[in-house]
Write a protein that binds this ligand. Structure first.
Ligand code: DC
Length: 231
């Protein structure tokens, strides 16, 4: 099990996808699962926080999500109740909504089993916020990607522009800081590096360098299984 955690804009999703391809592992994008929960909550008209929050109902909705991942020509596709939501879950609005819904303990509890089931067989790269700390605390490889807030917002802004989603850099930075604060500050499974994670500052590294480093870490382990067994 390879756990890749870190805040938004560190390149986690692309790195995890390319690492999985290089190793022939399955990729599990756990952020996409929280994004689907947020989308489904929106469809059902449920509040995500504030006085109208119905945590039990949100938890039940998360427990019943029908999510499937399929390989597609432009990358993995995400299906929610049979509908392709790959684009719909990547808007700035759904980013915020996913961060809000993910702070609800009932939602996290409901999605934990699903994430563990997806990684159970091993040979898997999971990316998210709490994979190395909560979902798979015994993962053989734990990587925590970081970069300054400006670097991350610049990347996210370029990515949004490339997809034709219009937002200013300042707005992207502001929303990202909001999301960081919420993800780091929540009571259950906050975003943080596991004590045994390898922290990689992606600021000065190219994406190729980050991918190579993670692949090297995994291959190093596979070559020395006796070291792993002795730990
Ligand atoms: O990685 P992402 O931007 O797609 O994640 C969207 C939100 O989902 C993120 O702001 C917090 C939440 N999330 C989480 O709480 N735990 C995870 N393992 C993955 C995502």
């Amino acid at each position: 099990v390879v756990a890749i955690d870190g805040p938004a804009g560190t390149g986690k999703t692309s790195v995890a996808r390319r690492v999985a391809e290089a190793l022939g592992f399955t990729l599990v994008d756990t952020g996409a699962i929280y994004r689907c929960a947020a989308l489904a909550a929106g469809w059902a008209g449920l509040a995500l926080d504030g006085p109208g929050l119905e945590a039990e109902r949100l938890g039940a909705l998360a427990a019943g999500l029908e999510i499937a991942f399929r390989a597609g020509p432009g990358g993995p596709r995400v299906l929610l109740a049979g509908q392709d939501v790959s684009q719909a879950i990547r808007t700035p609005e759904v980013s915020q909504a996913a961060s809000r819904v993910s702070a609800v303990p009932e939602v996290r509890a409901a999605l934990l089993g699903l994430q563990r089931a997806l990684g159970r067989e091993g040979g898997v790269v999971l990316e998210g916020r709490d994979i190395g700390t909560v979902v798979f605390p015994d993962a053989e490889v734990k990587v925590f990607l970081t970069a300054s807030a400006e670097v991350r917002a610049r990347r996210r802004h370029l990515e949004l522009e490339a997809r034709g989603v219009h937002a200013t850099f300042e707005q992207t930075l502001r929303e990202q800081l909001e999301r960081d604060a919420r993800d780091e500050g929540r009571a259950v499974a906050p975003l943080r590096a596991a004590p045994d994670a390898i922290v990689l500052d992606t600021g000065p590294l190219s994406q190729e360098q980050v991918i190579a480093r993670v692949v090297e870490l995994v291959r190093g382990l596979v070559r020395q299984p006796e070291t792993r067994g002795a730990r």
